[in-house]
Design a protein around this ligand. Sequence first.
Ligand SMILES: Cc1cc2nc3c(=O)[nH]c(=O)nc-3n(C[C@H](O)[C@H](O)[C@H](O)COP(=O)(O)OP(=O)(O)OC[C@H]3O[C@@H](n4cnc5c(N)ncnc54)[C@H](O)[C@@H]3O)c2cc1C
Length: 474
Amino acid sequence: MTTPSDSVLRVAVVGSGPAGVYACEALLTWADQHGRDIVVDCLDRLPVPFGLLRHGVAPDHPRIKGIARTLESIGADPRIRFLGNVEFGRDLTVADVPRFYHAAVFATGALADRELGIPGEHLAGSYGAAQFVTWYDGHPDADRDWALTARRAAVVGVGNVALDVARMLVRTPGQLEATDIPEHVREGFSASATRVVSVIGRRGPAYAKFTPLELREMGKVEGLTIVVDPADLEYDDEARDHLEHDRRAGQVCDQLAAWAAAQAEAGHASADQAEAAALSAGGRVVRFRFHRSPVEVLGVDGRVAGLRLERTEPDGTRVRATGEVEEIAVDAVYRAVGYRSDPLAGVPFDPSTATIPNDGGRVLTGPGGEPVRGLYTAGWIKRGPTGVIGTNRHCAVDTVDLLIADLDAGALAEPERTDPQAVRDLLAERGVTVVDGSGWAAIDARERSLGRAAGRERTKLGSRAAMLDVAAAG
Ligand SMILES: Cc1cc2nc3c(=O)[nH]c(=O)nc-3n(C[C@H](O)[C@H](O)[C@H](O)COP(=O)(O)OP(=O)(O)OC[C@H]3O[C@@H](n4cnc5c(N)ncnc54)[C@H](O)[C@@H]3O)c2cc1C
């Protein structure tokens, strides 16, 4: 079971999102520092790498491009082999891991939406944020068409994903011109009817999860009026204390207060008045509504027609329902109340947290169970769907540290096969069309050339079939 110190360490990293790529980086760093040989297969069920960096981060966030370049440069190391279009659990299984690798690191992220658990949630026109995000970011498995026919929409949730969804809903086609969205998404936005988006939070603004930078970005959208109800900015002692101690929350509330002040200066006596004035001037509106808990999505003929909200009031660090109910007219509801990881066939999974049970990154047989030899995890599937891209770097380093400690302790088994072609042969036998590094390079080049033709950096290919065709043509 011991690994000779001069042998090649073979690792499968499952998932090429930020956590997977940072795990690759940590493994390479270890190999460089210790003069060891290493081969890392980085698998992804998509033909393209980078996970939510490509299919989650909003296309109008160009500052993220720097991170994309970092991930690209890590992925370009010849010791890392990209094996795209390979779904772990189907094309390759846990039983295959010891055949080819000393260890596997599962970094498969999260792509499902959490639900609100209220009546009407499944009416036509009620969506999960992840569904919308995967569409506008051109995820190859997303719905092809998205009807942006709602004039009024509600986004439930007060985190950065809610801000992304609200901002994208009020973007004009011209404002998305320079982005890398695929052509079919561009066409979808050009027909958008959305004019008002209400962002709804159960708690007060002091407890919103927005980051100040993301919130301020909303204020930079041309032609957009941001409406805040001044009554929402009244704080009890608990909230005031929280604001004093949490700088980020303080900045968020300051920004909201600045918008409320601008509204008052413009002579609008109420949020309703500010909204009506912006709309009659031909503008678009994002309106924040705090202390409101959605209790029912209302429908007419099976389609969303409104949202019933119950006012809440602070109760210590939590909120309680007041029984005071209001209805707002909306034609679409987007739930942005969190992402959820899906289990991987054959890998332990804790449904209560929707994560792989682990101890610092060592996969356990179950919550509080024993470590499973050779299996590790990193990123959102390890710790839940929170944290920015950079958070996954520390997370992946912690995991790789444990993997190396186990290697040094002789706790990893030697793989049965050491020929790197063996896993490719098995995948071919199983009928899997692998998109390798050169296939991804061909897709990347095609996307860049499509973008150049339209004066932008990239235009994403919008379907798996198109990606596979381009990869095959090389
Ligand atoms: C809408 C949204 C916007 C965001 N915006 C920002 C932002 O602006 N800035 C920021 O810093 N952070 C942002 N984040 C957070 C950031 O995207 C995450 O922190 C990060 O992507 C999590 O990395 P991960 O590698 O764990 O998961 P992911 O990025 O989800 O990567 C997981 C990878 O695993 C692959 N995979 C899944 N299942 C399998 C399988 N069975 N077999 C093989 N491969 C599989 C997936 O295809 C994917 O490529 C955003 C998140 C969301 C949801």
